[in-house]
Design a protein around this ligand. Structure first.
Ligand SMILES: [Zn+2]
Length: 566
């Protein structure tokens, strides 16, 4: 590639809506442009990176026994009604009508379409297992698209689906995909961590997310320093510490005028927040439910959803406080409380000498013991783990860090095959539903995650395997005939040896060339300048470390080929 001919419109200024490095740098370096909110174009250098990530995904999927297919983006409503997701997906699904007013959805995933494909074309145990994947555009009408490629409305994804005879087969397929995913991310130069995850709208029982640790990540992951436990914070378990305080003598009513929040009351009473019982009121399927958590902890929405067995709940809003005046906002507590259910976090089992709301305006209680002064319907894990909590497996210290979700794998079981009647005949001629798994990698997200992990203030730093080119040839003062000839020769040699080079054949100043090269971030650079005039050597520069070594052009090519494993 010759830079003078390449469509790589670099910018000096960052786009106004770019909040994170990957978005900012991809636009500035001329890899990416926005068409509409959450919808992007990849320019030639960006497209090269994406095709390389796809190539790695394809190699690993094929090696793991999956076969590539191409499925439609536009999918008929009828199939989505069979799984119940036409309703359930809600406004996140992009929908359209054809000229005959028939409804279609633009696929956010393809479980329905692929289940239909398999049920109509495979019917015997001899046909199984089947493992199919595709790489293509997906759509999700995000409420608030942002962070460039991290939260777009149209994005490139690899999605895969396995069909097995039984649970054991499904677990084998799942493990094969799990292992292949690890290899994909490692080869792309993306550091990652697999964590236990919620299954959300996709469904199923077991799921892992592949997280790329990065400050800008929208998920928090908890992981143990001493064992391999790791989970999304939304459902990470943790060992509760023994409450250090003993029994209260008896509940004592204290006047706390206008002190409603935990922070206000705890400073008013001079007690630590963890000695308070925070009583959260939820409206669950139109019934009030109380959730008790220690004053210094937050209840987790996904944990609550699992405990409540429904996603249909919300924290009390103004209208709920008005509708149920027996609950006094700011002064609700468990002593004498009436609710259809009172659920308490594990941490409160046996807690004594606690403080809580007195269910009376401007009053709180102290010296309250669980068991003696109030009872609950059941204890559950409903609060979020945080940095420093004890690991549920080994008791070691857990760390919490932000991560970008780059992939997720699910054990679906019969979630789609049962309602959609995706059946096969076993050896005895008995009809059984196939047992499914589903697997996704956000290709454009991997690209963004890699940049979040590999950049500096000057620009991007691509790992060799997915870089838009292997070598950036930078002749300084290109108008000098000897340097121009040397650069051309090096560039031609690269092509002959199958190495990808970008030749900066522009008559720009050294400053401009270096700034653009830093921004674009090709991992190796061959500078042809003063050294060449002196002894015919070129200077190899490593983008990541800034390391510089003078060598012959031939030695540089050998070194590069070796780094590429050729
Ligand atoms: Zn552990």
């Amino acid at each position: 590639m010759r830079q003078s001919k390449l469509f790589v419109p670099t910018l000096k200024e960052s786009p106004a809506d770019a909040e994170i490095a990957s978005h900012r740098l991809l636009v500035r370096a001329g890899f990416l442009r926005k068409v509409a909110s959450g919808i992007y174009e990849l320019l030639p250098l960006g497209a090269r990176v994406v095709r390389k990530i796809e190539g790695i995904v394809r190699e690993e999927m094929n090696a793991a026994g999956a076969q590539e297919v191409v499925l439609p983006i536009m999918q008929p409503r009828e199939l989505w009604e069979e799984s119940g997701r036409w309703e359930k997906y809600g406004p996140e699904m992009m929908r359209l009508k054809d000229r005959a007013e028939r409804d279609f959805g633009l696929g956010p995933t393809a479980e329905e379409v692929i289940t239909d494909l398999v049920r109509t074309n495979a019917s015997s145990w001899r046909d199984l297992p089947i493992n199919l994947y595709q790489i293509g555009d997906k759509f999700r009408d995000e409420v608030r698209p942002r962070f460039g490629l991290l939260r777009g409305r149209e994005f490139l994804m690899k999605d895969g689906y396995s069909f097995d005879r039984d649970e054991e087969g499904m677990r084998r397929s799942y493990q094969a995909m799990y292992d292949a995913y690890g290899r994909v991310f490692t080869r792309c130069g993306c550091s990652w961590r697999a964590v236990e995850a919620d299954t959300g709208i996709i469904g199923g029982d077991v799921s892992h997310e592949f997280m790329a640790p990065a400050e800008v990540g929208e998920d928090d992951i908890a992981w143990c320093e001493d064992c391999d436990y790791a989970a999304n914070v939304t459902l990470a378990a943790y060992r509760r510490a023994e409450p250090p305080w003993g029994e209260g003598r008896a509940p004592e009513k204290v006047h706390t005028p206008e002190q409603r929040t935990i922070a206000e009351v705890s400073s008013f009473l001079g007690m630590e927040p963890e000695r308070f019982i925070k009583c959260l009121m939820f409206l669950v399927e139109d019934e009030p439910v109380a959730v008790l958590v220690p004053g210094d902890r937050e209840a987790g929405e996904i944990k609550l959803e699992r405990v409540l067995g429904t996603g249909e709940f919300r924290l009390f809003g103004e209208e709920d406080w008005e509708r149920f005046p027996e609950y006094l906002q700011g002064f609700v507590g468990p002593v004498g409380l009436r609710a259809s259910r009172i659920i308490a976090d594990e941490a409160l089992r046996g807690a004594g000498g606690m403080a809580c709301g007195a269910n009376e305006r401007d009053y709180h209680l102290t010296g309250v013991d669980e068991g003696r002064d109030f009872t609950v319907s059941f204890f559950e894990d409903v609060t979020l783990a945080r940095d420093g909590d004890a690991c549920p497996r080994c008791g070691g210290a857990m760390r919490v860090e932000a991560g970008i979700e780059v992939g997720q794998v699910f054990q679906l079981g019969l979630k789609y095959s049962e309602p959609m009647r995706c059946l096969y005949d076993d050896e005895n001629g008995e009809s059984r539903p196939m047992v499914m798994g589903t697997y996704g990698i956000g290709i454009t997200r991997v690209m963004a995650a890699v940049i979040e992990q590999h950049h500096d203030e000057r620009g991007m730093i691509w790992p060799l395997a997915i870089a838009p080119a292997h070598l950036h040839v930078l002749p300084l003062n290109y108008e000098r005939e000897n340097r121009r000839a040397a650069a051309e020769k090096l560039y031609e040699s690269c092509l002959e040896r199958g190495l990808e080079a970008l030749l900066d054949d522009r008559e720009e100043s050294a400053g401009v060339k270096f700034a653009d090269a830093d921004l674009i971030g090709i991992p190796y650079r061959a500078v042809i300048g003063k050294g060449y005039d002196e002894d015919g050597s070129v200077e190899l520069q490593v983008r990541e470390t800034g390391e510089k070594t003078r060598m012959s052009a031939e030695a540089l090519l050998d070194l590069l080929a070796e780094r590429l494993g050729r």
